[in-house]
Design a protein around this ligand. Structure first.
Ligand SMILES: CC(C)(COP(=O)(O)OP(=O)(O)OC[C@H]1O[C@@H](n2cnc3c(N)ncnc32)[C@H](O)[C@@H]1OP(=O)(O)O)[C@@H](O)C(=O)NCCC(=O)NCCS
Length: 149
């Protein structure tokens, strides 16, 4: 359950952990390497949170800040720990931090074919505001979603 998740800010030292969880979660060219994660995690306007349970990483979220807006770049939960509230706990923790930074809008793009993720974001009170046709390598559309503080 989310209550047992420890959520902390994470830096570039977690790039290998992130790549491993991402590889479980995405296919082919959608996967990000450890060096790609390192580059993002070293950027000054990046905010990332890692969840862990009994010191075992269970999932993470990576966001980029720009003015009073933020964008979720990626979110993934280890297969073993899915449907236990990890992603929801990460979203809540991220939004708490964004509110403290006076960020008013949080955007993301999600494949229109990714039913688990779309269900998660709707359950977390995001709204769909648009579509990017054939945005992903597999030809799927991206749904653009927003959450406002
Ligand atoms: C999408 C993902 C992050 C969800 O993580 P999770 O920790 O399992 O999600 P949670 O347990 O916090 O789920 C919260 C709510 O989201 C919805 N949800 C999550 N996964 C779902 C699924 N497979 N089917 C239907 N609804 C789902 C439910 O409403 C769920 O609440 P409930 O369990 O009480 O019904 C996870 O499946 C994942 O890593 N997928 C691969 C990577 C990915 O798609 N990332 C998002 C890209 S934008």
């Amino acid at each position: 359950m989310s209550a047992s998740q420890d959520i902390t800010e994470a830096g570039p030292e977690f790039c290998e952990v992130y790549a491993a969880i991402h590889a479980e979660s995405f296919e082919g060219s959608e996967r990000w390497s450890a060096s790609a994660f390192r580059s993002f995690l070293e950027m000054p306007r990046t905010l990332s949170l890692i969840a862990s349970q009994d010191n075992e990483p269970t999932g993470f979220i990576l966001a980029r800040l720009a003015g009073d807006e933020a964008e979720i770049l990626t979110l993934a939960v280890s297969r073993t720990f899915r449907r236990r509230g990890v992603a929801m706990a990460l979203l809540r923790a991220l939004r708490n931090r964004l509110e403290n930074l006076n960020t008013t809008q949080l955007f993301l793009e999600v494949s229109a074919r990714n039913e688990p993720a779309k269900a998660l974001y709707l359950a977390a009170d995001f709204e769909k505001i648009g579509t990017r046709p054939r945005y992903y390598a597999d030809g799927s559309d991206a749904d653009i979603m927003i959450w406002m503080t």
